[in-house]
Design a protein around this ligand. Structure first.
Ligand code: NAD
Length: 270
């Protein structure tokens, strides 16, 4: 049997009392098992353990700029789609981690190049990127797939989801749940207008992972768009093009061996 000898673990927690307490117990147990705990991000750490809900998991990846280090979550929040462990599974986890008894789930990340006439800013996401009108205005977006024009969308906005983000905001909008072993992107409309004045598709599109989704906003108000990446909002002015692609980067999520996506979906949604 091969023993896993990873030793340095970074434990990060949100501020909720249950998370702090769980994190304190977890650190104590890890130290008793010979692990070395770091409280600040260390690129040489073998594992990041994130105590909190899905929001804390997403924040951890964003604030450390999508590290290559595997991450596992202890769920002290409500749903816990990414958070693999419950606070009463800490001993089980340490036992299995030491034996190397786990799998790494690679999460595909979404990337947007948000461009003015002169420069581009990169925005990354785990779940989704939404493009909406400023101050809840109707937005008009010319959407192309590679260089092939698809539609002029009018409505509240559009959402582009990764497979692992398909169960989040995308699902609330009526988008499909995608098995995360499939490599594709889903474009889901948010309140599309479909009248004689404006014609927009009303269902999601599913496109292959190598497609570039090109968005050209058509401005009628303030020359601004709002871009929301995993729930964090950014407002940009004078954007002429947004190119969304599947990133080459991956996040590594550590899961127990019995992890099954569709069981998780049933358990959390039905
Ligand atoms: P939050 O607390 O408002 O999260 C909303 C819910 O989304 C939480 O219950 C969370 O557990 C769940 N969630 C997050 N990622 C998920 C996933 N991949 N699959 C299933 N459920 C998931 O905000 P947060 O915790 O900072 O999370 C940000 C996410 O919230 C965004 O990425 C977006 O997907 C989601 N969101 C959902 C809606 C909606 O459903 N109407 C609206 C805005 C944002």
């Amino acid at each position: 049997m091969s023993m896993h000898k990873a030793r340095v673990i970074h434990v990060v927690s949100n501020d909720k009392p249950l998370s702090r307490e769980t994190s304190r117990i977890l650190k104590h147990k890890l130290e008793n098992n010979g692990f070395y705990i770091v409280d600040d991000f260390d690129p040489k750490a073998d594992l990041i353990i994130c105590v909190g809900g899905d929001g804390s998991f997403l924040n951890t990846l964003h604030s450390y700029n999508f590290p290559e280090i595997p991450v596992i979550g202890v769920n002290t929040g409500h749903l816990g789609f990414f958070q693999e462990l419950s606070p009463y599974q800490l001993d089980e986890f340490i036992f299995k981690y030491e034996k190397g008894d786990y799998i790494i789930q690679e999460l595909q990340l979404l990337e947007a190049a948000v461009c003015t006439r002169t420069s581009c800013i990169e925005v990354m996401a785990v779940n989704e990127i939404t493009i909406k009108g400023y101050l809840s205005r109707t937005i008009h977006l010319n959407i192309s797939l590679n260089d092939s024009f698809l539609e002029k969308f009018s409505g509240d906005g559009i959402l582009v989801a990764t497979p692992s983000g398909s169960t989040a905001y995308n699902y609330s909008l009526g988008g499909s749940i995608i098995d995360p072993t499939l490599n594709l992107l889903q474009i889901t409309p948010i309140a599309p207008i479909n009248t004689t004045a404006y014609r927009s598709f009303t269902s999601s599109f599913i496109v292959p992972e190598d497609v570039v989704i090109k968005i050209h906003p058509e401005y009628s108000f303030e020359n601004s768009v709002v871009i929301v990446a995993d729930g964090t909002e950014h407002k940009y002015r004078e954007i002429v093009e947004i190119n969304l692609t599947m990133s080459k980067m991956r996040a590594k999520l550590l899961r127990l061996k019995n992890y099954d996506f569709w069981n998780k979906v049933k358990e959390k949604f039905l």
